[in-house]
Design a protein around this ligand. Structure first.
Ligand SMILES: Nc1ncnc2c1ncn2[C@@H]1O[C@H](COP(=O)(O)OP(=O)(O)OP(=O)(O)O)[C@@H](O)[C@H]1O
Ligand SMILES: [Mg+2]
Length: 288
């Protein structure tokens, strides 16, 4: 089943002014349910503009966005329910915290959905657990928390709506490597448990390699490609021309493939590299 589909989606900012800019240009794509999609592209390539269309935060200048089989803009009275179905975590979401307590902040979304207090409570506690926030933190003011914890509260607020599609715009920006790995690990666990669709915008190819199944590449407002991660990283030279680098281990393997026969260059995690080297060594050991 398709989770989200766009047809010739185009968005132009500031139409009719000197600042007019086509930020998303004729993007047609179908994202299947359950995929973990890494969204990559150079600064200004249109990633944030694109994802803000997927829950109706921005309206297309032309073209269509469908959630499942339904056109997002066909009936404006349904827009609200689509916003619950597609949860969007902005870049630096901690700036949008406003609740008196962490609990009330996380509860805001599910309360708006019209759930009972009991259901809201279950959702809040479950979402907090996903992002590693202890019960005792729920009663604190969000402003007493560290940067990484604030960001977790903001992510939990979206998880608590139990969206079928979860979109995160650079959720690890500005965090240290430990904080980055922790948040990505939590999102990965959430995805594995809920089997929902995740879109992760990231500048880090390593993060995409470790987490995503599919990669969506934007280049100068257009969709360059949407394919399995290993296929996309196999197009290193083209990505390089767009100013995107592939993971370090993929670069090493691309060079190795030119020197050692039988090496598969489509390696993009250290684990896969290790497995392939060990297999090669054992072949040699057996005199093959
Ligand atoms: N509100 C706006 N008004 C006019 N132009 C805008 C607006 N927002 C973004 N743009 C322009 O649209 C283009 C795409 O921007 P967008 O923020 O979608 O890119 P991005 O891929 O998310 O970039 P980054 O990696 O820096 O976050 C850029 O040229 C940007 O300057
Ligand atoms: Mg952006």
């Amino acid at each position: 089943m398709t989770a989200i589909r766009t047809e010739h989606l185009t968005h132009t900012y500031s139409v009719g002014t000197p600042f007019q800019k086509v930020a998303v240009d004729d993007v047609s794509i179908a994202i299947e349910e359950g995929e973990y999609v890494g969204v990559i592209g150079h600064t200004g390539s249109g990633k944030s503009t694109f994802i803000q269309h997927l829950n109706g935060l921005l309206a297309p200048t032309s073209g269509k966005v469908c959630i499942g089989e339904q056109d997002l803009w066909a009936d404006k009275s349904k827009l609200r329910s689509f916003r619950f179905a597609v949860g969007l975590v902005f870049q630096y979401p901690e700036y949008q915290l406003f609740g008196e307590t962490v609990y009330s902040d996380i509860a805001f979304g599910p309360t708006n959905m019209g759930l009972t207090q009991e259901e809201v409570d279950t959702r809040v506690r479950q979402a907090a657990r996903f992002v590693g926030l202890s019960d005792e933190k729920l009663e604190k003011s969000p402003f007493e928390l560290s940067g990484g914890q604030k960001r977790r509260v903001a992510i939990a607020g979206v998880l608590a709506m139990d969206p079928k599609v979860l979109i995160l715009d650079e959720p690890t920006a500005g965090l240290d490597p430990k904080g980055r790995d922790k948040i990505l690990g939590e999102i990965r666990e959430y995805h594995e448990e809920k089997k929902n669709t995740v879109l992760l915008v990231s500048h880090s190819m390593e993060d995409i390699a470790k987490n995503a199944t599919m990669a969506l590449v934007m280049n100068q407002s257009r969709l360059f490609c949407y394919d399995r991660v290993e296929e996309v990283f196999g197009r290193a030279a083209e990505l390089g021309k767009m100013g995107l680098s592939i993971p370090q281990v993929s670069r090493v393997f691309l060079s190795l493939a030119g020197m050692v026969p039988g090496i598969d260059p489509r390696v993009y995690t250290v684990q896969a590299a290790r497995d392939q080297i060990l297999a090669k060594v054992s072949e040699r050991g057996q005199g093959r």
